[in-house]
Structures are given as structure tokens and as C-alpha cells.
Ligand binder design. Sequence first.
Ligand code: SF4
Ligand code: SF4
Ligand code: SF4
Length: 275
Amino acid sequence: MKKYTVSVLLWLLFEAIAVTLWLMLDNLFYLFNFSYIGTCLALGTAFYAARLRHARTVVQFAVGLYMLVYLGILRGENMQIEGFWYYLFLGVFEAAVIHYVVAKILGPLFFGRGWCGYACWTAMVLDLLPFKTPRAPRLRRLGVVRYLVFALSLLFVGALFVLRVPNLESIMFWSFLAGNLLYYAVGIGLAFALRDNRAFCKYVCPVTVFLKPASYFSLLRVKNDTAKCVGCGVCKSVCPMDVDMTNNARNRRFGTECILCFSCIETCPKKALYL
Ligand code: SF4
Ligand code: SF4
Ligand code: SF4
């Protein structure tokens, strides 16, 4: 794709979502919300493509803080996975349900794990830690933890409904705060223990259970011009997610882990990688 095509497509996609939800749900908030996120993503990817090095970090904070502080803390909307179950069980198509459908269930068909590279408020902090590229081999078996956390979140919210616990709104708010503090603590601890900023993403994060299947079919993905590639392996050495981008097959090693950070594309000495 041409240099700024991704940014334009992202902006158009989010504007389409913003206008559709605004008109469908008769709520101006959705126009503002998705326009803001789409504009941040489009500007960030455009600046990044223009080689402004910290553009991705700026987008991570612009979107991540908006969602964590404004939506989560000030508006009291639990955007974590338990918030998704909560609104789903209430039968309400808003807040976390819309967020999950757009960013984590259907959106990845277009932009893969772009959420993880540009918008996640957990990763915005983890990416500041010193281990940007993993210093040790991946512990594949540890990946089972994400399914346990996923099941626990479902059980937790399911139990609140089954036991008819009162004050669910308040419980969801406090679980959002507690859950985030726990995620940051575990994420930072794991990053230092395994010398890998993204260890939490690889082994613990329950959201990946939603993100990975659709990412497999993502329209946006890093491709390799095998006529140019000399197999030097530099690209793989800078990838924070251990992806084998020298293989163009969809089932390439850790292919559903790509967060579209573009580090490999920037680093390839032969300019063999592209979107
Ligand atoms: S894997 Fe989870 S914690 Fe990591 S960036 Fe994606 S959503 Fe955030
Ligand atoms: S850095 Fe470029 S040339 Fe080297 S293996 Fe990767 S894609 Fe091929
Ligand atoms: S380095 Fe390349 S393959 Fe790895 S996550 Fe970033 S864009 Fe994806």
C-alpha cells in the first residue's frame, strides 16, 4: 500500500463507524468517540510513516489515556473484559460491547492487532520499559494462562448475575480500577522477570482470545517481497512479538501476534517488507 493509504483507510473506517453508531443509537457521544480515536490513529500512523519516531507512543497515550481516564474513570464505563461480559449479560449494546466488537472482534479483520500497537492503555505503559525486543525465547506453554484469565473473567461476572449481587455498577467500576492496577503490576513484573516488555501480551492478556482469530484473516499484514529478501534475519531480531515475517503464509509463526509496529519494515536493509 502507498505510504499514507493505511492512515486514510483507518480514518474512513472509524468515521463510518462513528456516523453509523451515532445515527443508529441516536447518541452524539459515538460520533465524538470514534472520530477522536480514528483521527488519533490516522494522524499517528501518518506521522509514523513520515518517520517521526515517537508518533506511535503519542497515539498510544492519546487513545489509551482517553479510554482509561475519561471513559473508564470519569464516565465509569468498564472497558476491560469483565465490562464486556457485564454489558453483554445486561443485553445492552453499548460501551464495552461496542468497543469490543469494533476494536477486538470485527475490527481485526481489517487492522489485525492494531489495537495492541496503537491504542491499548496497558501496553502504552509496558512499551516504555527497557526490553523492547525480547531477550529470551518465548515460553509457549505459558500462553495457556490467557485462557484461564479469560475463563475467570467470565466466571466472575457470571457469578455476580447468578447470585444476584446488588450494586453491580459500583462493583464494575471498582473491578475496573483493581483489574487495571493488577494488569500493570503483573505486566511490569513479567517484563522484568522475562526481559520482554510484551510478556503480558504473550502469556496473560485474556483479550487476545478475541483478537487472535480475526487477526489471522487481517487485511493489513506485513508481507515479504521474497525476491528482495536475503534471509539476514534482522527483521526477526527487532520484532517485539516474535513474528516470522519472512514467511508470507497466514499460518506463519506467531502471525496473529503482529501489532503493526512497523519496526521490521523500517529495519530491513533490503526494503523487502511492506504492508
Ligand atoms: S495483548 Fe492485551 S495488553 Fe497487550 S496490547 Fe493487546 S490488549 Fe493490550
Ligand atoms: S531483514 Fe529484510 S532481507 Fe533480512 S530477512 Fe528480514 S525481510 Fe529478509
Ligand atoms: S516488528 Fe513487524 S511483524 Fe513484528 S510486530 Fe512489528 S510490524 Fe509486526
